[in-house]
Design a protein around this ligand. Sequence first.
Ligand code: SF4
Length: 462
Amino acid sequence: MTLDLTGLTPELLEKYDRPGPRYTSYPTAPHFHTEFDKEAYGARLQKAATRADEPLSMYVHLPFCEARCTFCGCNVVISPRRGPEEPYLAALEAELDLLKTALAPRRRLKQLHWGGGTPTYLSPAQCEQLFHAITSRFPLADDAEVALEIDPCVTTMEHLATLRRLGFNRLSMGLQDLDPDVQRAVQRVQSLELTREHVEEARRLGFDSVNIDLIYGLPLQTEDGFRDTVRTVIRELAPDRVACFSYAHVPWIKPHQRRLDGATMATGWEKFRLFVGAAQEFVDAGYRSVGFDHFARPDDELARALDEDRVHRNFMGYTVMPASDQVGVGVSSIGDVAGAYAANEKRLAAYQRKVAAGSLPVERGILRSSEDELRRAIIHRIICTLKLDNAWVEQEFGIDPRVHFDNAFEALEPMAADGLVEIDDSGLQVTPPGRFFLRNLCMPFDAYLKQPTDGPVYSRTV
Ligand code: SF4
């Protein structure tokens, strides 16, 4: 299997490299609003509670890190000294109580994911305490996917053993790039040896799947150097899944990114070549390409889900999401419950204050209209399956997409002329070069892009 790069030129790249959403949600987060408050969220939870037999997915945000990596785009709280996690754990328990009350009767967790920050900033004993706090309120289904993100620099072998014993079966590790110069430039030094020790120990303990995150577009990266990183990752770590993210340079949202030297960061065609080289290496090594930035071994659940039409896209990227509702727990977490997105308070103090007062800590969100649901389904269909079947839309939503979305199809015509998509009466099919421009191909179906937002909000599409 090899990657078809026919038609990819600097001119094509220049034409389509512009700000655009990543579509981890639709409507996208800049369009969430504060009118969606705790009462609105409570009503959605009540509705979700009636679906007692359906499994539930839960994301728990653990924001603490010992030091800040300068490329970081996550919501983090930097604290070299331990201490702030204690009141935070208490706040999480209080929020879990609120959710349990709202969602009763109990719904089983089919998927539990701890993200951050650095979840293993918690000690093994604190991990155990939090795990029991969750599962005593929301029992795990027997076949649940239980995953967390770890930073090998702060994760001990005791952590791994504890997590595995508790029932965690998937791990995700950030690595970004193995080149020591790049690592120093982004203030995240993490050796191959340390990463390999953690991967090998995770496998020995019986974790089903290990994911590695890479990032392209960082300072000092070169095409050859990044290809070397990818080859080494494949040869030495053999991850089951890889997310190869485009570095999102958004210093107006993340001011610490100003510390990166922009003059040494690849942009445009040069940046694009970083990704194309990496993608080529993964595909040549037998990985399946999932969406626009994930790769999975053919025997991994995500690759199997591709063939069975079960790949979803949410705030964690491309996933196999088995549950109809996902609750977010913790500061800045975002849930997707009974037709609404609910985003928790982003500031730690405000989050802790609200839950201490017995209030759901939601800060903003959006209740999706039927038009939102339709557009969301179409965007996620294109971004996950790389096609849109008009008959499927008619059957699911009772509308003729060629009529309902005549403007969107018209906007896609120049992209079809550029060879990114093929359109006929049955629907649309993304072409091999179009895979690199999936975000652009979704944008014509986004009704919110014309609405004003508070300043620039999106990173570039390539
Ligand atoms: S460890 Fe991860 S979450 Fe923490 S600062 Fe670095 S990139 Fe951000």
